[in-house]
Design a protein around this ligand. Structure first.
Ligand code: GLC
Length: 423
């Protein structure tokens, strides 16, 4: 069977009726940015079904505009932390109390180029605008978009977060719990117990303040700036502005988005770690930078931001790293001390990150580097199949198998190749 067919079957098996789970067992719910990437893949053969991936995600939106990281349409005892642990949340459907990188606007713009495009863009525009506004209001500190939980960044236990987590204490009153992630997959791939206690300490705090998002940002135990959220949001704001203009939104709406973009462009510098020549995470309360090049450092190309010198040094880092691994792009710098080729976000390459990085590099004229990043993922998939992530030294699959976003990215690239062959 062709990889294309296996990818389509993988998405069909993970379909739960209008939305798709990342993979059975480990992740039994709808995840935010997973659904956006899934829509990208499904749109290559069924635009109506792709669209429902987006509208079901928006059904989970909170009154304050946030679209949460996970939407709990059921309570699966095999998953932790599920709805009971997150407590009462204000959306129409139970959910987590944090968000995820907002790739939605970019995906919507990309998949709605057909005849129904303007109507579809108009259908979801206000919801996405409200979500971006939430990032720029409830999650912004002094002009910098912040993150309050490593899970919000989508890069759960990347060593980037250690400087923020090291300063945290585990809440003494943290209720006991049993992890489920380690029952589904090899614990050596997953975050440590101490990290998990801290993740749950933040959840406990959010719950204790009734998930007041402004307070969570200002008073929560963890406050960092993440290049992933920053670059994804900046790109998404630009796509949102393009859609606002195309569908004729009022001038005030366009002005508001332009102001967010200006704020985002100015904030890129805040994340520039001159010592490493890389965009890295930063602890907002101390100003301290994280200590490694990650797989979101080069998203400056995707967001079309950064000075020529910052881009040049970023590209140099990519070339250095390409000389160290067989399969680009590792989630953490192989020259940094915490690099681990198989542990979650400490080394493995991630399909959605390769997708965005390769796209940005190609758009900005860095074709060779873009191709290296694209090939890294394609080679790993051809070698091992549709895994959640891959060991960058060997190409072996890590953590979850039969993974939706991996299948979706493959389909999107496959479609692109087929289209350019026709042209
Ligand atoms: C993990 C990843 C996150 C993803 C989720 C579901 O938590 O770190 O980015 O959204 O799994 O695939």
């Amino acid at each position: 069977m062709s990889l294309k067919q296996i990818a389509i079957d993988t998405l069909a098996k993970n379909d739960r009726g209008g939305f798709t789970i990342p993979t059975a067992g480990l992740y039994p719910y709808q995840w935010n940015w997973d659904s956006a990437f899934v829509a990208l893949g499904i749109a290559t053969y069924d635009i109506d079904r792709a669209w429902s991936e987006i509208t079901t995600l928006i059904e989970g939106q909170w009154p304050d505009g946030m679209i949460p990281s996970i939407i709990f349409r059921s309570d699966d005892p095999d998953y932790f932390p599920g709805p009971a642990r997150w407590g009462k949340t204000p959306g129409a459907i139970p959910s987590t109390g944090v968000s995820q990188p907002p790739v939605l606007a970019t995906v919507v713009r990309q998949i709605t180029s057909g005849p129904q495009g303007p109507a579809r863009r108009a259908e979801v525009f206000d919801a996405i605008f409200a979500w971006h506004k939430w990032f720029h209001d409830a999650r912004t500190v002094d002009g910098i978009v912040a993150t309050v939980h490593p899970w919000e960044t989508g890069r759960d236990n990347c060593p980037e977060w250690n400087i923020g987590l090291d300063k945290m204490e585990v809440a003494p009153e943290l209720p006991p719990y049993t992890r489920m992630d380690n029952k589904h997959v090899n614990p050596a791939f997953r975050p440590s117990q101490e990290q998990y206690d801290k993740y749950l300490t933040i959840v406990h705090f959010g719950n204790s303040i009734g998930w007041d998002q402004r307070r969570l940002t200002d008073e929560g135990p963890f406050l960092m700036a993440d290049p992933n959220i920053h670059f994804v949001l900046l790109r998404a704001d630009k796509d949102l502005l393009a859609m606002a203009t195309e569908i004729g939104k009022p001038a005030a709406v366009c002005e508001q988005i332009r102001a967010w973009i200006a704020k985002g462009e100015a904030a890129s510098d805040y994340l520039w770690n001159d010592e490493l020549g890389a965009f890295t995470a930063r602890d907002i309360r101390t100003g301290e930078f994280s200590k490694g090049f990650s797989n979101c450092s080069a998203l400056c190309f995707y967001a079309d931001t950064g000075t020529p010198d910052q881009r040049r040094r970023t590209a140099d880092n990519l070339r250095r790293i390409a000389g160290k691994v067989e399969f680009m792009l590792p989630s953490w710098d192989p020259d940094a001390p915490e690099f681990e080729a198989q542990r979650y976000w400490c080394g493995p390459l991630w399909p959605q990150m390769n997708y965005m990085t390769a796209l940005g590099l190609a758009e900005q004229g860095e074709h060779d580097l873009g191709q290296i990043v694209r090939n890294g993922l394609c080679d790993a998939i051809e070698k091992s199949g549709f895994w959640e992530c891959f060991n960058p030294l060997t190409g072996e699959g890590c953590v979850g198998a039969n993974f939706s976003w991996t299948a979706a990215v493959w389909l999107s690239w496959q479609h692109e190749t087929e289209q350019s062959d026709v042209a």
